[in-house]
Design a protein around this ligand. Structure first.
Ligand code: NAP
Ligand code: MG
Length: 403
């Protein structure tokens, strides 16, 4: 069979540790035999990031902006221990943070569902996709302690520095305490809203945005207002044509509704809610190895990755020559997501078809009882006894189904 060809390069961002090992195996076993892979390769492994003064991360993000679709392997975000382990020149910033800053996006996380892997919430039949606003709020807040007798104010100045408004936050007359100031920007909220509506439309799933505007009337109220404005002016008609709807509700009501639902919706969350709820949703579906993540920019650029990290503990075992059984599903789906998107943009039906067949081969393999160790305790299917495969055996089992 001739290999499938590609017309536009896919931006390939390689990474670290166990996921770097899987990355190479996935390409060799599941991609290169079938596709004439056309990628622009950036090595975001920590060694090369350090050698380039982290320039490679920025270059890769700019390439993603240029070509529109990227696939990323998990990468180490260095901390003090990594500084010595890798003898780094600097404690480089999180590559995901850098890429997000350049693409200005929203992160969507969706679970990969398989028959037999039962979510902890048994009524969830379809994916709950979570969209997290990745700018501002408590993540860029200033906070402080206040002593007894101090007063904290919210002060707003105009461009020339003249005070235009002052509000008392709290008078600490009765005792010491804490105080915090945070912000967001209209432009970022508009981008967030557009990314969410576009994602819901492309995937034909209804969408809920939730915040707490009854309490934070000015702050969360502004989010609610912007979402309503963007929906009415740009998406309502397309949503109606697609047979899906948009709803705003309070965050506590949204939590209750999502738990009661059968899934199958996009849940757009403010930054903190998204941080907390995405871990809840990932865990409820079973394993981090089964959760994909895509960063979508407001101008329609896509960066696909697995939601988990570099699986360091498994990598140290691998280095000692021990057998590993690391789940490669989310990384395979990062590749298929990116190839499908590249195929759609280039009107390359063969590439889209291949990516879909590969996804099917992965889920069929698991449903047939062949899986990595993390999934064994979660798997319950009548008449099928789950069999634990090592990292490489699993990829060969998928290839066998693909053939
Ligand atoms: P992690 O790599 O996600 O792994 C945490 C644990 O979760 C693993 O030890 C393993 O549990 C389980 N796990 C995660 N993915 C798995 C998979 N594919 N198959 C099987 N088990 C899996 O998180 P971490 O250990 O906290 O972080 C390691 C490194 O990754 C850090 O340097 C961090 O900076 C980086 N990181 C990168 C990203 C990213 O690039 N997007 C995201 C998060 C973290 P068991 O050990 O119990 O088997
Ligand atoms: Mg978190």
């Amino acid at each position: 069979m001739p290999k499938i060809s590609m017309t536009t390069p896919l931006v390939e961002m390689d990474g670290d540790e166990m996921t770097r090992v899987l990355w190479k195996m996935i390409k060799e076993i599941l991609l290169l035999p079938y596709v004439d892979l056309y990628t622009e390769y950036y090595d975001l492994g920590l060694v090369h990031r350090d050698e380039t003064g982290d320039k490679v991360t920025e270059e890769s993000a700019r390439a993603a902006k240029k070509y529109g679709v990227a696939v990323k392997c998990a990468t180490i975000t260095p901390n003090a221990q990594r500084m010595t382990e890798y003898n780094l020149h600097e404690m480089w910033k999180s590559p995901n943070g850098t890429i997000r800053r350049i693409l200005d996006g929203t992160v969507f996380r969706a679970p990969i569902l398989c028959e037999g892997i039962r979510p902890y919430i048994p009524s969830w039949k379809k994916p709950v996709v979570l969209a997290r606003h990745a700018y501002g709020d408590v993540y860029s807040a200033v906070d402080d302690r206040a002593e007894k007798g101090e007063r904290a104010y919210l002060v707003i100045e105009d461009e020339s520095g003249r005070e235009v408004r002052r509000k008392l936050v709290h008078d600490f007359a009765c005792g010491a305490g804490v105080v915090q100031g945070m912000h967001n920007c209209d432009q970022s909220i508009y981008s967030f809203a557009h990314s969410c509506f576009r994602y819901a439309l492309e995937n034909k799933i209804p969408m809920t945005f939730a915040a707490k505007d009854t309490i934070a009337k000015g702050y969360d109220g502004r989010f609610k207002e912007i979402f309503a404005e963007v929906y009415e002016s740009g998406y309502r008609m397309a949503f109606e044509e697609a047979g899906i709807d948009y709803m705003y509700t309070l965050i506590d009501d949204a939590v209750a509704r999502v738990v009661r639902s059968e899934g199958g919706m996009l849940w757009a969350c403010k930054n903190y809610d998204g941080d907390v709820m995405s871990d809840m949703v990932a865990t409820a579906y079973g394993s981090l190895g089964m959760m994909t993540s895509v960063l979508v920019s407001p101008d329609g650029k896509y960066e696909y990755e697995a939601a988990h990290g570099t699986v360091t503990r498994h990598y140290y075992k691998y280095l000692k020559g021990e057998e590993t059984s690391t789940n490669s599903v989310a990384t395979i789906f990062a590749w298929t997501g990116a190839l499908k998107k590249r195929g759609e943009l280039d009107k390359n039906a063969a590439l889209v078809g291949f990516a879909e067949r590969l996804e099917r081969a992965v889920t069929d393999t698991i449903e047939g009882g062949e899986m990595t160790g993390d999934l064994i305790p979660l798997f319950h299917r009548d008449g099928v006894t789950p069999q634990k495969l090592n990292s490489e055996e699993f990829l060969h089992a998928v290839a066998k189904r693909l053939n």
